[in-house]
Design a protein around this ligand. Structure first.
Ligand SMILES: Nc1ncnc2c1ncn2[C@@H]1O[C@H](COP(=O)(O)OP(=O)(O)O)[C@@H](O)[C@H]1O
Ligand SMILES: [Mg+2]
Length: 473
């Protein structure tokens, strides 16, 4: 069966203008017609009244009556004419007969001679044959009505001309403005397409629909730019991280080929090569984990969870390790903090923060995890008593493979990917990670926007997720 596709195209400014002009013409014509009908009806009634009045008179009194009426009307506003059965003029200012004597009203122009100005004037009259055979014409001056009609026509004409001029001018201006905006957008798009990723589409500042769409496209470009910069950073990181072990492995194999003489020496070289290849493998598995986050994000079945439960699990998991390193690990919870999230990813993010704290805090130190709410936000904060992160490097540590230079010269194992994992997981949860001035050491905060009203956790105590701890760096 064929489907019927109905589509609604928005009319162009010129089509809208034509519609408005057509409506204006129809309305003005209607006004003109109503006005003419109105005054013509009233005048006709007066004419027929006069005919009825004269008809009632005896035929021999009619000429005297007409003569008297004429003398009472010096301005010829209501002229009369009386003619014999064969059309000969008997009395009255109207001295000529119309072409038809049919009792139907008609308009005509006449100079009746008695007027002060002696100019042609507009009349509406009716000619009837009386029972005696005589012909009677009664008429009314309609100069005023005609003037009013002409005035209406003038207004209609002027309105039409004004509407045409204004409509065409505004249509041209609108078209020019739209064309200018489109041209600017096209140029900006071409610039972006040519590689200027920092460029954005121009906004008019009017906040109209085009501005709204442009802002959406601009925020999309922000995200694309961020992703591309991330990818560039990751590529540079890969090259940097893999080059050293590869170089070591190559030079080891090279020297084995030229200088090795015994099996024991060969074994030593192979062992060293294996170690370097392990390092390379570790780097690649770290990258694989970032890809896993992206995948988890697209497949993630976010569900309502209590951040407090996730943090309890993380603390349980790292408690033993902290004890082994002579560190105290403390969690200060607040009221339940419910968000829509993916528990495994959140476990991995908080786990990475605690692992860093464990790694950088000297023995005897303390690691404190807090969870608090306020201003529609929920904040998880991990504070330690270690060396902290130098201010200049606080943004850089979120880039993949970046490791800060500690003034104390602390050296640790790691691939520099943990905090970028944390930032990626936070982004998936509409949260923001930052390093704060807080404790004596490092203070990292993950701030979640509240998405739903707070509610108590399930009384059964069931956790809405299962933990799978595969995403730690
Ligand atoms: N709690 C912390 N105390 C001090 N420095 C930290 C802390 N957490 C992170 N850093 C700094 O940030 C860098 C990046 O951290 P991360 O991405 O987890 O990489 P990694 O732990 O593999 O070095 C670390 O190398 C370290 O210099
Ligand atoms: Mg780390």
């Amino acid at each position: 069966m064929r489907k019927l596709h109905l589509s609604f195209r928005q009319p162009s400014p010129s089509q809208l203008f034509c519609l408005q002009a057509a409506i204006a013409i129809v309305l003005l014509s209607l006004l003109y017609w109503v006005s003419v009908q109105h005054w013509a009806g009233e005048i006709d009634e007066g004419l027929f009244n006069k005919v009825r009045q004269i008809r009632l008179l005896p035929p021999n009194e009619i000429p005297a009556h007409i003569a008297m009426s004429t003398s009472e009307d010096p301005d010829n506003r209501r002229p009369l004419g009386y003619f014999g059965p064969h059309g000969e003029h008997i009395v009255g200012v109207i001295a000529t007969l119309p072409s038809k004597v049919d009792g139907k009203p008609f308009d005509y122009i006449a100079t009746l001679g008695h007027h002060a100005d002696d100019m042609p004037h507009h009349y509406r009259g009716v000619a009837v044959r009386l029972p005696s055979g005589a012909i009677l014409i009664t008429a009314r001056l309609i100069d005023g009505e005609r003037r009013f009609d002409n005035f209406l026509l003038l207004i209609a004409g002027c309105s039409l001309v004004i509407a045409l001029v204004v409509g065409m001018a505004s249509g041209a201006l609108l078209n020019a403005a739209a064309a200018r905006r489109l041209r600017d957008v096209r140029r900006a798009t071409q610039r972006i397409a040519s590689g200027r990723l920092d460029h954005r589409l121009p906004l008019s500042g009017r906040g109209d629909d085009i501005d709204k769409i442009t802002s959406v496209v601009n925020s999309m470009l922000d995200e694309v730019e961020r992703l591309i910069r991330d990818i560039q950073g990751i590529c540079a990181g890969i090259a940097h991280e893999v080059r050293t072990p590869m170089t070591r492995m190559r030079s080891g194999l090279e020297s084995a080929r030229c200088n090795t003489t015994s099996v024991a020496e060969y074994e030593q070289v192979v062992e060293a090569a294996l170690q370097q290849s392990d390092i390379i493998m570790t780097r690649f598995s770290a990258l694989l984990r970032i890809a896993q986050i992206g995948e988890a994000a697209s497949l993630a079945q976010k569900s309502q969870l209590n951040l407090q439960d996730v943090l309890d699990d993380v603390i349980d998991f790292y408690e033993a390790a902290a004890e082994e390193l002579s560190l105290t690990l403390e969690f200060k919870p607040c009221v339940p903090a419910i968000i829509n999230g993916e528990a495994d990813l959140l476990f991995s993010a908080f786990g990475n923060l605690i692992e860093n704290a464990l790694k950088f805090t000297p023995p005897g130190g303390a690691i404190t995890v807090t969870l608090h709410q306020g201003d529609g936000k929920m904040t998880v904060q991990v504070t330690d008593t270690g060396p902290g992160i130098p201010v200049a490097e606080r943004n850089l540590v979120f880039q993949p493979f970046y490791r800060a230079q500690h003034p104390t010269g602390t050296t640790t194992t790691g691939s520099g990917i943990g905090l970028s994992l944390v930032a990626a997981i936070a982004r998936l949860h509409n949260a923001h990670v930052s390093i704060r001035e807080g404790g004596p050491g490092c203070c990292i905060a993950v701030v979640f926007e509240s998405e739903m009203p707070m509610k108590q956790p399930d009384a059964s105590g069931d956790r809405p997720f299962s933990l799978n701890r595969t995403l730690r760096s």
